[in-house]
Design a protein around this ligand. Structure first.
Ligand code: 5GP
Length: 111
């Protein structure tokens, strides 16, 4: 079964895309927690961050770079990049994704 995010990548489920390349896409979160809340998602289905292998290092680095490019396009100087790993850490979609959150003051630590 394809993941929810693969279905979004395949266009079966609509999304508001802000970035697309051969390795990943980025689209707006359906339930934003800040004025900017974008998810950067690899086309490759990696369940969660701790399932990445050495071969995925370039891909994960690319996700981070795309996160910064999206933030720049959104006009953000200060922003947060988050990966929730596992249900206990808040992960609800089991297809690796990087949250890019900004546009408001962000407190620390997160809940
Ligand atoms: P997680 O909780 O796994 O770290 O993040 C999953 C994110 O996916 C959540 O912030 C949630 O709002 C978002 N999300 C879940 N379903 C959809 C959807 O169908 N479309 C979009 N654009 N975002 C979704």
């Amino acid at each position: 079964m394809p993941t929810l995010f693969t279905r979004i990548i395949n266009g079966e489920i609509p999304s508001t895309k802000v970035w697309e390349d051969d390795r990943c896409i980025a689209f707006r979160d359906i339930n934003p927690t800040a004025p900017t809340h974008v998810l950067v998602v690899p086309r490759q289905e990696i369940t969660r961050l701790d399932q990445m292998t050495e071969a995925d290092e370039g891909l994960v680095g690319h996700l981070m770079r795309v996160a910064t490019l999206v933030a720049r396009e959104e006009g953000l100087n200060d922003f947060r990049v988050v990966v929730n790993n596992g249900a206990g850490a808040g992960q609800s979609v089991f297809h690796l994704h990087v949250h890019v959150i900004g546009g408001r003051s962000l407190s620390w630590p997160p809940g």
